[in-house]
Design a protein. Structure first.
Lengths: 411, 120, 471
């Protein structure tokens, strides 16, 4: 069996960055990509706004990908396309299929850069007819931007996440009529700038606290029934109204895509839907690391790539056995948070905590405490679920940590 | 005149207040200089970056993503869309190749945002 | 001119085509949809029931037993999946004790293997059984199949062996002179005998032959939920609640592919083409299933669907021969389980009297291509690298397997057809990643534009289907 120092699974914005950084540490790696090109989902995200942090300029998705891909090729890193990993084993052997055969290789370390999949109609159980014309926003994006087919004429979008907003504008430019966007929450889940330039610019109405309660149409979608929802997000009877559309796009959330991770028996976090990690992005199996949207959902691609960079550093540390402390301090949070990453830390170095809050919060204090002692207090004018927040805990503060780190929000 | 607007320059989305007293604009709420530039532009002549795809032949890919070299006037969006709709380009294409020069006489180019190889 | 025209290619039509293709008669099958196995036969539990449930003296009782007996051999001959997983008929209250004993007795009379089991053994067999389950009957012979795989395999065999299949051919009228003249949207077909196995439209087609036909159908909708869980140990058997007058009840099973499936509900509906899911129906599935097994995390659900069952108001199958026009009507549950029995019954009771059926020589074998193991795939890649280009990651399906589905004797013509034959789009992402690639392969193999590839009858990628001039 072939033996590889490090296998990177996934050639998108996380995996490419990890592989590039690994090469800079002089670590030989093999990158496996399931598609026939590198770059991942960025290739279909033709809008611009990527790269401000990493490349200090605004790029489109494909051009951001191309920057990474050319650096990757310049470094002569080994990769295989059309290669689908079917099995990840806890002994760090990997089985994958490509047009040359079914292969099994042994890795010394593994970087999971698996990306995300979209929630579907079945996941959120929208009742109604078995209509054709219901797609996830990303599928419609692929049909339009890669294949050149606009799948709808009169389109309604459920979910105001960024992909939904971007597709509202994109479908409009492709001559479809986007008749509205509904969001079950009382606020939008997308970045404000996307609300402005994707909806307001084109007078596309946004229905807040509203959801689709029925899809109608034998054959093609003919109409949808929308309902207002109460504070528990349950549809309010009597508030139903119908809109005629031929297409429904769903932008109702991304889920880290972790079939092989789960099957390998790696511990998962039900909140992120990704694997649990320590501060080195290492999963419950030592030597297997995770980053990018396969770990947790990001809203800015630059930070996806940054996670790739950081994972590479951890791989280097792991392969060179640079002192790993056995300390495992849990990172917890109060009910204001959807999640905090990493799930555990040790006290060897500064830690970047990443978190998302459950609902928009204004003028609050973010408190980081250990046992009874508050070690950090940060005033926050605004915290939004749509925005991944990051704070670094520097070493002097790390020293104060006892057997727990806890994030809390106080008024 | 007083304007309230959300900055779209970066993902932060600052809420900007822009007040004009005769000649000068006073801009508050922005966390960087680019916010002020954006806000003044937005109330005088709003502009947007424009992206779409154009048909490409000679490659296994059928669409080439393109982007405006800088922000175009909002009112030109659909005109530019219509020009690009009828266009067919030929592989190979390098990223940043000019696809349409000086579109609508604006001085702005439409450029490729992906390199596309020629396939047999 | 054919000897026999079969109208409808659900499981009954497909099974008849399969059986008849081995005799020296000329047979054609008329199907109104773009794909076969498209309506009643595609949306059900996929079960070969053991046969204890139908009332004594009914065709259902008789033919379910024959069907259950025939399936293992058919599955072996066609290489389709057939798994005798066994079932538990569970009771949640002592009130149901009498009924349980009645089913045990009936099973014994019908020579169906049955074993009465108590709490400890139930829990050993099914760790996730609901705490409220008190006692159960174990039927080891209950089996699961994938309905459309069975139907597609039967029809492919039939077509390879001389049966003619006409799709998108809807019957609009029938005349009888010396022979039957069947008028369709694609022209006129003639035969000595017609078999009406048109599921939802059974009575309407029967009336083409006999306007005074008094048969009546009642349409029942059943809603289901499907999970993506692949935990082999979550459920081992089919779990039935105690039947009621509404039917077998909301049951739990693990499909051949390993998904958990819960359902169906049972409601009479007016519109026979109402395949919609409803809030009430899905909630009912939830609450009823929780009485028999421990609940599964909500976020494991990947799909909901509804099936419609055309039942006769007589509560039994109607199988009759009226002057060479054979009606097979009211085939609701256990229709799938009974299909081989129904086909045999039609042939033995009617066709053998009207035709001198002789077995054909030189039959061509047809073997269904099952999901590939890694070793099998590795071997195949040596000859064709496209077996190694995975299109559907969730279900591990390659470009070549999709091409094979299109190029079968009865090949897929739609996205739905590809999905039924090889499963891309059936997994976690529900086609989110692979659908456009499936469309691209269909378009290339059938030499049409992507926008003209149907999802289903007359429903295409873009709203205007083949007539959309803008890209």
């Amino acid at each position: 069996m072939r033996h590889v120092k490090c296998v990177v699974i996934g050639g998108g914005s996380a995996g490419l960055a990890a592989a590039i950084q690994l090469k800079k540490y002089n670590i030989d790696c093999l990158l496996l990509e399931k598609e026939d090109v590198l770059g991942g989902i960025l290739n279909q995200c033709i809008h611009n706004g990527f790269g401000l942090t990493r490349f200090k300029e605004e790029l489109t998705g494909p051009s951001y990908a191309e920057r990474l891909v050319s650096e990757f090729h310049d470094l002569g890193i080994e990769f295989e396309l059309d290669s689908t990993v079917i099995k990840l084993n806890s002994d760090k052997s990997i089985e994958y299929i490509n047009p040359k055969g079914v292969h099994k290789i042994q890795a010394e370390s593994i970087v999971l850069a698996l990306g995300a999949r979209e929630r579907t109609r079945g996941n959120i159980m929208i009742p109604g007819d078995r209509s054709v014309g219901v797609w996830t926003a990303g599928s419609a994006q692929k049909y339009l931007n890669i294949d050149g087919y606009c799948v709808g004429k009169r389109v309604f979008i459920l979910g105001s996440g960024d992909i939904g907003l971007i597709m509202a504008r994109r479908m409009t430019i492709a001559k479809a009529k986007v008749v509205g966007v509904a969001e079950i929450m009382p606020y939008s889940n997308g970045l404000t700038r996307n609300l402005v330039q994707c909806l307001y610019d084109y007078d596309i109405p946004l229905y807040l606290s509203t959801t689709i309660t029925r899809i109608n149409g034998n054959g093609r979608v003919q109409s949808i029934e929308l309902s207002r929802v109460d504070e528990n997000l349950k549809p309010i009877s009597g508030t139903e109204f119908n809109i005629e559309v031929d297409t429904v796009l769903l932008s109702v959330g991304l889920i880290p895509d972790n079939i092989i991770t789960e099957n390998a028996g790696i511990e998962m976090d039900p909140r992120t839907k990704g694997p649990k990690i320590n501060q080195y992005y290492e999963t419950s199996i030592p030597g297997i690391f995770a980053c990018g949207n396969g770990l947790h959902i990001h809203d800015v691609v630059d930070f996806v790539s940054e996670e790739g960079d950081m994972v590479a550093k951890s791989v280097e540390r792991y392969l060179n056995q640079l002192g790993k402390s056995d300390l495992s301090i849990p990172v917890n949070s109060d009910s204001n948070f959807i999640y905090v990453l990493p799930q555990t830390i040790d006290k060897s170095q500064a830690v970047k905590l990443k978190f998302r809050v459950k609902r928009p919060l204004k003028n609050v204090k973010l408190v980081i405490r250990t046992k009874d002692e508050i070690i950090m207090t940060l005033p926050k004018t605004q915290l939004l679920p749509a925005e991944l927040e990051m704070i670094t805990l520097p070493l002097p503060l790390i020293d104060k940590i006892q057997d727990e780190v806890r994030l809390e929000i106080i008024a | 005149m007083k304007h309230e607007l959300t900055c779209i320059v970066c993902p932060r989305g600052c809420l900007i207040q822009l007040v004009k007293d005769e000649e000068h604009y006073i801009c508050t709420g922005n966390q960087c200089k680019r916010g002020e530039v954006y806000a003044i532009q937005e109330v005088t002549e709003p502009r947007r970056m424009f992206t779409t795809t154009v048909q490409i032949v000679g490659s296994k890919l059928s669409r080439c993503p393109v982007v405006s070299s800088s922000a175009i006037r909002k009112e030109d969006i659909f005109k530019i869309r219509d020009i690009l709709d009828g266009l067919v380009i030929h592989a190979p294409i390098q990223v940043n190749d000019i696809i349409v020069e000086n579109i609508l006489g604006t001085g702005i180019h439409i450029i490729a945002s992906r390199s596309i190889k020629k396939d047999a | 001119m054919y000897d026999i025209i079969i109208i409808g290619s659900g499981i009954i039509g497909s099974m008849l085509a399969y059986d008849l293709s081995r005799f020296n008669v000329s047979v054609c099958v008329l199907e109104k949809n773009v794909e076969i196995m498209n309506e009643v036969s595609s949306s059900n539990s996929g079960l070969v029931h053991a046969g204890y449930d139908p009332e004594d003296g009914t065709l259902k009782a008789q033919l379910n037993l024959i069907g259950a007996k025939r399936y293992p051999q058919i599955a072996k001959d066609l290489n389709v999946d057939y798994k005798q997983v066994g079932s538990l008929l569970v009771s949640n209250s002592m009130d149901e004790h009498e009924a349980l004993l009645k089913y045990a007795q009936r099973a014994t009379q019908r020579k169906i293997d049955v074993k009465y089991i108590q709490q400890d053994e139930i829990r050993r067999m099914e760790p996730n059984i609901s705490d409220s389950v008190l006692e159960a009957l174990f039927f080891p012979t209950t089996a699961i199949i994938t309905p459309w795989q069975m139907g597609f395999a039967c029809m492919n065999y039939a077509v390879l062996n001389g049966v003619k299949l006409f799709r998108q051919t809807k019957v609009i009228g029938i005349d009888k002179n010396e022979n039957y003249t069947v008028h369709t949207t694609q022209g006129v077909f003639e035969s000595k005998c017609v078999i009406n196995c048109t599921g939802l439209n059974g009575v309407d087609v029967a009336k083409y032959q006999d306007p005074n036909s008094e048969h009546q159908l009642e349409f029942r909708k059943g809603e289901y939920q499907v999970s993506d869980i692949r935990d082999e140990s979550y459920l081992n058997h089919v779990i039935y609640p105690m039947p009621s007058k509404l039917g077998k009840g909301v049951l739990a099973l693990k499909t051949i592919e390993g998904n958990l499936m819960f359902g169906p509900t049972s409601y009479v509906i007016d519109n026979r083409y109402d395949f919609s899911t409803t809030v009430n129906g899905l909630n009912e599935v939830d609450s009823k299933i929780s009485q028999i097994i421990k609940p599964l995390a909500k976020n494991r659900m990947i799909r909901q669907f509804a099936g419609v069952r055309p039942g006769s108001i007589t509560k039994d199958f109607i199988i009759e021969n009226k002057d060479g026009f054979i009606n097979v009507i009211g085939i609701d549950s256990p229709g799938l389980a009974s299909a081989p029995g129904i086909s045999e019954y039609v042939i033995e009771s009617f066709l053998k009297k009207d035709f001198e059926l002789e077995s054909k020589m030189n039959l061509v074998d047809f073997k269904w291509k099952k999901h590939l193991s890694s070793n099998e795939r590795n071997e195949l890649i040596k000859d064709d690298s496209r077996y190694g280009r995975i299109v559907c990651v969730c279900e591990t399906i390659s470009e070549k397997e999709i091409m094979n589905a299109i190029h079968l004797p009865v090949g897929a013509r739609s996205i739905k057809g590809v999905k039924r034959i090889t499963r891309p789009g059936s997994g976690r992402c529900q086609g989110g990643f692979c659908e456009s690639e499936v469309v691209r392969i269909l378009a290339r193999e059938l030499n049409v534009d992507m926008k003209d590839i149907p999802y289903d009858n007359d429903v295409f990628l873009t709203p205007l289907g083949g007539h959309d001039e803008t890209r």
